[in-house]
Every structure is written in C-alpha cells, then in structure tokens.
Ligand binder design. Structure first.
Ligand code: FA5
Length: 346
C-alpha cells in the first residue's frame, strides 16, 4: 500500500477534477480548468511533489497511481473539449443557417467595348493588306503634334485642333494620331513603311452628338518609291468596302491639311432608311470618316526621308464615327457613358 495521505490526496484530486470538469460548460471554462490542473503551477504538479513524503519502498506504487490519475483526467478533458467544440459549431449553424442547396450567384461575363471591337476589325482589315500596327504616345510635344507636321508656331492651321495643354510648357495631349507618323518615319528611314497607328486622341471641343473630347483615331502611313494618290484611293475604298460592305458608297472630296499635299476627306453614305439621317449628316446624307492625302515633302524630310526619292500617303480616321455609321448609332456620347443598355448590344 502506498502512503495513505499522499494517495488519498491523489484520489481527492481526481474526483474533484472530474466534477469540476463536468461543471465547465464551454471551451473557455475547460481551458481554464486545464491550466488549473495541468499548468506550471497546477494542482497535478503540486500533488506529484508530495512524493517526497512517501516512504521509498512505496514510491513506485504512488507513481503508478499518480500516472493513472493524470491519464484519467487528461482523457476526460480531451473528451469534454471536443464535445464543447461540437456543441459550439452546432449552435452557430442553427443561429445562422446555411442552405447549401441554394443556387450560386451567377457571374456576369464582360465583353470587349464596342470601340475596342471596331479597332480590332479595322486592324484585321489592314493586316490583310500587309499593314503593321505601331503604338505611339498619347502625350506629345508641341514639336511632334504640330511643328514636324508642317505647322510652325503661330501657323493658323493649328486652330483646326482645339488643344489640351499640360502645365509643362511645350507638352500637349495629342489632338490626332498624326505625330505618330514622325516617330515611325524616324525609326524606319530610309526603308519603306506600311503601318497603322491606332490610339486615343484629345480635343478641347464642345461635346455634341458627333464630337467627343476623347476619341479614337487610326492613322495610316505608307512610304516607298512610286507611291501615288491612286494607291491611297484604292486602299481606302477597299478598306471601306471590307468594313461596311460593297454596297456602301464612298465619297472623296478635296480638302486641306498642312501635312499632306494634296489633301482629301472621305465620307460614307448614311443609311437612307434611318430617321436620324438628316440630323447626323447635317442634311447631306454623308458622314466624314477620315482625312488623308499625300505626305507633304517637308514632313518626309522631318521624318528623315528624301522626298526626291520616295513618296507616301497618310490617312487619319475616326473608328467611333465608323461604328456609328455601321449601326446607325445617333450619339457619339454613348461610347463613354458606360450605360450597360448600350454596351450590351455589341
Ligand atoms: C485629323 O485629325 C488629321 N490628323 C487626319 C489626317 C491624317 C489627315 C493623315 C491627313 C493625313 P480630322 O480633324 O478631320 O483630321 O480628324 C480625323 C477623323 O477623326 C475625323 O474624320 C473623325 O472621324 C474623327 N474625329 C475628329 N474629331 C473627333 C471628335 N471630336 N470626336 C470623334 N471623332 C472625331
């Protein structure tokens, strides 16, 4: 028999521990119980230190008993703890029930913006004609936007483009994609060039059904030996028929741009059955889609080419105006209003 007092103390500890465990109703209480009994300064440790009072020949039996009590309490604690956790989980599930049979929230799928779609269509048509795509910057210097395009300072033609100036002198938001022509030429001279330059342009204009302050343009530039106005007409007509269908009429008028000589403008007939035809075409039945012409010798020189050896043509079109023509859209402002009812139709 082990020492009566020390062993009794162990037994009391066991029954006291078990009944306190039963009274601990939640996880926090159980953890507090665990600290009280098995912590560094816990009752179990204190009881074990009683071994000093036990006569030597009874110490092994005391040790066995102590171990039994320790295992019994630990197992009871583990069981109580997992029961408490289950109970808490069940309670939280009833408090906020989760119906796993409910259908999920459908994810709305996005699509390409109509302006992006038409840019891609235009790119595809020109790619078939052997044009490469060149990306050019939207923030330009005055030199590139005007000067190199044959519009020196104070040239009246600058008034054709209402410009957004930045706070940095000489730096503007490009008013057209034409400054990209100079970048391409300077990178390519003296080799032949056949590129399109799509991108955003900015103009400080009054916003109307036909004009935005921010819009896309697609510039085109072809340079080589013996390039003529006939090549320009042929390219533009082939392009317009590919994009709009062979039945649509293309009209070419003479015009003026400082960076082309001669210069032209290209119109397309507006669908005759559209009730908005007169309002949008100012009664003419035609909507302008691009400016174009033969690259001015001065511009060729600024680009690093010898105008005695090569010639070139250039054009600048408005893809949004073209999309308006294609689908009889009567207001260009719809493009940037982010109205889903408009965007979803494309
Ligand atoms: C130009 O910007 C010339 N750089 C085009 C050019 C390039 C001529 C190369 C010769 C050689 P214009 O200002 O006409 O030209 O604009 C060209 C096209 O951009 C217009 O036909 C129109 O389709 C579109 N566009 C112009 N302003 C706006 C605007 N405010 N909103 C929407 N589209 C516009």
């Amino acid at each position: 028999m082990a020492d009566a007092t020390a062993t009794d103390e162990l037994k009391t500890l066991e029954s006291q521990g078990l009944s306190e465990l039963q009274a601990s109703s939640d996880e926090a209480a159980l953890r507090a119980w665990n600290t009280k009994y098995f912590g560094d300064k816990g009752l179990m440790k204190a009881a074990l230190s009683g071994i000093g009072k036990v006569p030597k020949d009874q110490r092994a039996a005391f040790g066995q008993e102590a171990n039994r009590v320790k295992v019994a309490l630990t197992e009871a604690y583990d069981a109580a703890l997992s029961a408490a956790k289950e109970k808490a989980l069940a309670a939280s599930l009833t408090a906020s029930p989760l119906d796993v049979t409910l259908p999920g929230r459908p994810r709305t799928r996005g699509r390409l913006h109509p302006a992006t779609q038409v840019l891609r269509q235009i790119t595809a048509v020109f790619a078939d004609m052997g044009f490469q795509v060149y990306r050019s910057r939207e923030v330009e210097t005055d030199q590139y936007n005007f000067e190199f395009l044959n519009m020196p300072e104070h040239h009246p033609a600058r008034d054709m483009w209402d410009t957004f100036f930045t706070t940095t002198p000489g730096v503007v938001l490009r008013t057209h994609t034409s400054p990209g022509q100079i970048h391409v030429m300077r990178e390519s001279a003296p080799n032949p060039v056949r590129v399109i330059l799509p991108g955003m342009c900015y103009r400080n204009e009054a916003i109307s059904t036909r004009s935005e302050i921010q819009f896309y343009q697609v510039e085109g530039l072809v340079i080589g030996e013996g390039v003529t106005m006939a090549d320009l007409k042929g390219t533009i007509t082939a392009f317009a028929h590919r994009l709009f269908g062979p039945e649509r009429k293309v009209r070419i008028r003479s015009s003026y741009f400082p960076f082309t000589e001669p210069s032209i403008e290209v119109d397309i007939d507006w669908p005759a059955d559209d009730p908005n035809r007169d309002r949008l075409t100012k009664g003419t039945g035609w909507l302008e889609i691009m400016g174009a012409g033969m690259v001015h010798p001065t511009v060729l020189r600024h680009g690093g080419y010898d105008p005695d050896k090569v010639t070139g043509f250039a054009f600048g079109m408005g893809p949004q105006r073209m999309l308006m023509l294609k689908h009889a859209i009567d207001d260009i402002r719809l493009f940037w209003q982010n109205d889903q009812r408009f965007l979803r139709q494309f």
